[in-house]
Design a protein around this ligand. Sequence first.
Ligand code: SER
Length: 617
Amino acid sequence: MKNLTADELREAYLKFFESKGHAIISGASVIPENDPTVLFTTAGMHPLVPYLMGAMEHPAGKRLTDVQKCVRTGDIDEVGDAAHLTFFEMLGNWSLNDYFKREAIAWSFEFLTQHLGFRPEQLNVTVFRGEGKEGEPGYIPADDEAVEIWKAQGIPEERIFRLPREDNWWGPAGTTGPCGPDTEMFIDTGKEKCGADCRPGCHCGKYIEIWNDVFMQYNKNEEGKFVPLGRHNVDTGMGVERTICMMSGAPTVYDTEIFAPIMAAIDALRSKGYSSRQPAVDNQLSDDDVLKARRIIADHMRTATFILCDPKGGVKPGNVGANYVLRRLIRRAVRYARMLGIGEGFTVKLAEVICDKYNHVYPELKVNLQQCKLDLEAEEKRFNATLDKGEAMYKKVAEQLKLHGQSQISGKTAFKLYDTFGFPLEMTCEMAAKDGLQVDRAGFDEANRKHQELSRTTSAGSFKAGLQDNSAVVTRMHTATHLLHAALHKVLGPTALQKGSNITPERLRFDFTWPEKLTPEQIKAVEDLVNGWIREGIDVTKKLTTVEEAKSEGAMALFGSKYGDQVSLYTIGDISKEICCGPHVTNTSELGSFKIQKEQSSSAGVRRIKAVIGNLS
Ligand code: SER
């Protein structure tokens, strides 16, 4: 087996697929541009959904390859084991209705064995075993074709595992949309099986999944039936960190060259302490506790740094949606740092190390490091102050209990510490354990549940939607966004520049640079302009060109491609010209009408507009 670095692996992968006719495209922002179905880009497929659905052709062709920054926090509690991460890089090769299973599997096998040097015997694969009965709703046949192709590569029957939909099916997240069976590739680490049922997909660590080839050949329709999509796409995802880990024989992803400088920095901060703040050192930590805490700090800080430095920007620590996810990551890192006796200021130090490690691949890290450090510093300070206050409150509670000869902190009290003082339950439990006190966790859960029922947040809704929401209404909002941008330029002048855009099926949100509140007259002027353009029924045209050419025509290129490859330029009459991936409507009359619902401050020098469009009747 070869022992490649992450840099070498990225290059080998892209070159390999380039040699198979794929165009190398740049990965997208980790903050989704126009996809309301996810808070972060969780897989390489997200930025490519319109092309996978066949809504439009990709400017670079039908075979693409890329490296995509991904954030997935669904398994945040697993972080600290050998392979789970909240941020990872995904290598992908894509067929947009071009090649299919035979090529995808053969190339996966060729790359793994001939270019990365895995032995075929190390490789175990899973395939979809089928579901339901033929002729009945919901029936999907087993992927026997994938089995045959793997066998043709020399993988014997005993290392091909047929698994159900929970394991070997990708998408849709919601009720309808494109989807299909997948085949996943696992490396056998050589460890003992954890039991008779141990197989790829088992979490004991014997088998590590490194690559997934998805065959998007179905559409799940409104009746719940899987009907042929009419297209055969391939979407593959190979995890950089896990693959490097398996190649180097490292016991965990944290023991690879990728994490080496981050881990070393954490250990240095630990041995030195880093500020005058008296950290809550816990001398009773077991080796396992320390190991896990180091990994959690490393993982969460890497994710937070990439989110804060993302070129699209706009996600800051906060209480809702993506902002909340970011806050949670930073705060968890702070909590574990306190546990290890690392003092205030560590987040900034680690962001610097992470920037050093990655900025040659992701230049945005260097560009945005200063702001990222300010945001980290502020959040770390804020949370440390909360924890200091919470600890003081906890101490009062504990003294009272001892005074009355009691040994249990009630669920209500633990919840009050959490809800009113922001003191996490885990910290109450840790401190209680040291004081020989118990915590009524069930009582805490009950109090929490009641509270949740009272104040259910709207953000929960943003997790459940599926690909189907990337639909006509989003497309219309997207075109409306271009018109809004153009209207702001006309009314306010060229300094009113886009800072961010976010679209859900309910509304569009647009951030732009402007120093003060818009007057009612300005808002009305913007609305009137957009509605005028809608009434005029102006054609929206797309042409393929290069970034340079588009710029020379006066186009706005907000998040231009790094590779000087082909881009799409959308033109709306003589009103707007923007480099953009689309999708867009073909005529502005499709928008119906446009209304600004809110104009508010977003951050210093940045205003935010929320607007809706009318129904088409
Ligand atoms: N979308 C698939 C995954 O994330 C393959 O890229 O695993």
